[in-house]
Design a protein around this ligand. Structure first.
Ligand SMILES: [Cu+2]
Length: 353
């Protein structure tokens, strides 16, 4: 934010200086003019500016020249200031995408920055030419509009140049989209089901197959309803997180039980609608251990903002241990289920005796 304010101040100072420079160039009537190509002469009374006389007034010449130089330097600094803003928009910046942790997310981030800088360059080029034309060919300088119509060269140019730019943007974008859609040969397949308002995860294939659990918001209600101090992961924390290993291709099958939800984890660049009655899929291969958080990104009812996604990426060894622990947990849960079934049968026998 501070960088943005500094940049806005810089812009204001720049345009103030440009305005000042422009004002100096207005010549008083009857000023003495002279230039390299034209002998000294009295500026005509009806002449609005010095440049119209193809020269500048004596005495003002140096000042105008210096101010033009200053203006050029400030404009160059202004253009240079745009890349200076880059850190604010770069990786880890507060105003940009989350830090990508998969190759695909890096590709998408790269595409996003490529498009951004292409837009910045086009913006500067188009508005630069426009403002220069308005400034340099203004009425007060006696500019006379050209009367020509149609220019085959210009028309070919303004067709071909945008086509080249668009193809240059579409080529890498298409490659990335095709890559995003290639969910073949996964190491692990997990079905994520959206419910109002929680997520259900079923490990369908690969290591951990058979593990199932629900994942619900764990932020205390007191933080939500009673204004209690909100933690760092407010509304982005769950009771049972999804656990996946690093370096493994994880295919996520998405569906929903009730209404349309959307499974969105920005660090993986995965955002896919979960639609009742349909199966959609997406994939990611996380390269870095850590906890990554996301949200349901499809308006799905009153608690839409209360069904976060939390993914823990661990090493393959830690993942194996987690799978073993989950299986042991499942076995422990299955054991007491058989005991109560046996118990009621035993009791009547005992009472009968
Ligand atoms: Cu939802």
């Amino acid at each position: 934010m501070q960088q943005l304010l500094v940049f806005i101040n810089f812009l204001a100072a720049h345009f103030k200086a440009v305005r000042k420079s422009a004002l100096i160039k207005i010549a008083p009537a009857n000023a003495v003019c002279g230039s390299r190509n034209r002998p000294r002469h009295v500026h005509p009374a009806n002449c609005g500016t010095l440049l119209r006389c193809s020269g500048v007034a004596t005495g003002l010449a140096t000042k105008v020249s210096n101010n033009m130089k200053k203006m050029a330097v400030r404009t160059a600094a202004l253009i240079g200031g745009v890349p200076a803003m880059a850190p604010a928009f770069a990786l880890d910046g507060q105003y940009n995408f989350q830090h990508p942790v998969t190759r695909l997310a890096e590709d998408i981030f790269g595409l996003h920055m490529l498009m951004f800088w292409i837009c910045v360059i086009i913006f500067i080029a188009v508005f630069g030419v426009m403002f220069y034309s308005i400034f340099a060919h203004r009425k007060s300088k006696g500019a006379v509009a050209a009367t020509f119509h149609e220019s085959t060269t210009v028309e070919i140019l303004w067709t071909i140049v945008p086509v080249i730019i668009l193809v240059g943007m579409a080529w890498p974008a298409t490659k990335t989209v095709l890559d995003m859609k290639d969910t073949s040969n996964p190491d692990i397949t997990i079905k994520a089901t959206g419910y109002q308002w929680k997520w259900g995860y079923d490990y369908m294939q690969g290591e951990g197959q058979g593990i199932s659990f629900l994942s619900t918001l764990s932020t205390p209600r007191a933080q939500i309803d009673q204004g209690e101090y909100k933690g760092d992961n407010y509304l982005l924390e769950v009771d049972n997180e999804l656990v996946v290993p690093t370096g493994k291709k994880v295919r996520v099958l998405l569906t929903a039980q009730d209404v349309i939800h959307s499974w969105w984890v920005p660090a993986f660049a995965v955002k896919q609608d979960a639609i009742p009655g349909f199966i959609r899929d997406a994939w990611f291969r996380a390269e870095k251990e850590g906890v990554y958080r996301g949200n349901c990104a499809e308006l799905c009812g009153k608690d839409h903002g209360f069904m976060p996604i939390q993914v823990r990426v661990v090493s393959p060894q830690a993942y194996t241990e987690w799978v073993a622990a989950k299986n042991a947990e499942k076995a422990a849960l299955a054991a007491p289920q058989s005991a109560p079934v046996a118990a009621p049968e035993a009791k009547p026998v005992a009472s009968a005796n």
